[in-house]
Design a protein around this ligand. Structure first.
Ligand SMILES: [Zn+2]
Length: 243
């Protein structure tokens, strides 16, 4: 995943104070120290967890490179990491991904305990629970990066295209998903090319809807958050950013 420093804002110092207030309000108690960000708490020098959008993007890119070249380090799985996890969390990125079993964010970005907050719904579809989960990660935990992660051969997108083309209504609650993906359906192509183009368009659609959320937009405007779209390719295991 390539980072684009030009369009990724930098963090500002007033953030730390706000986070401290939020954690106090949440009654973090003993967990405050490890739940805090490095700028405001004593942290060990061997914990380089990113605190800015561009640093978070770089770490995800490095992790994906390790994954696709089979040089995973499986970070933050030690006994000490597990003990530290009891005291709090400080994830550096939130990944909104599909439910697909072939695209687990912690694996494809080679991250460990406490590194990523993951929200998963079929086709990365947004609903109130998904939006609330993302808002919690960004507004309460101060996560500096949200990645909307689509993927090659997405079954939810395929189902949406199929329903659109045939007029058949998917069973049970699946139609809720396909109806939300429908606005992203590519009208210029057909067959598998249409599905693939729709996968990318759906990432863009979800990303733009998140970026339009007032509370998230304010964080982006303040330079504390980046919201990016990306795709995972099953064949190459590469995550690449969608402009
Ligand atoms: Zn999928």
């Amino acid at each position: 995943m390539r980072s684009h420093p030009d369009d990724i804002p930098t963090s500002r110092p007033d953030r730390a104070a706000r986070r401290a207030l939020l954690r106090t309000a949440l009654g973090g108690g003993v967990g405050l120290a490890l739940g805090a960000r490095p700028a405001e708490a004593a942290t060990t020098v061997d914990d380089p967890r990113p605190t800015t959008p561009d640093a978070a993007l770089r770490e995800l890119a490095r992790g994906n490179r390790r994954w696709r070249t089979r040089h995973q380090t499986h970070p933050h799985e030690t006994t000490a990491d597990r003990r530290a996890a009891v005291l709090g969390q400080r994830p550096f990125a939130l990944v909104l991904g599909c439910i697909d079993s072939r695209v687990p964010p912690e694996l494809v970005f080679d991250q460990g305990l406490g590194d990523l907050m993951t929200v998963r719904s079929a086709g990365e579809v947004l609903d109130e629970a998904v939006l609330g989960s993302i808002a919690y990660g960004v507004l309460e935990l101060g996560i500096p990066l949200v990645v909307v992660l689509g993927h090659q051969s997405c079954g939810a997108v395929s189902a949406a295209v199929h329903a659109d083309e045939t007029g058949e209504r998917p069973p049970a609650h699946i139609d809720y998903l396909t109806e939300r993906i429908r606005p992203a359906i590519n009208r210029n192509q057909s067959g598998s090319a249409r599905i693939d183009a729709t996968i990318t368009a759906n990432v863009r659609l979800v990303r733009s809807r998140l970026a339009a959320e007032p509370d998230l937009a304010a964080e982006v405007e303040a330079g504390r958050l980046a919201i990016v779209g990306a795709r995972y390719e099953l064949d190459s295991q590469l995550v690449h950013r969608i402009a």
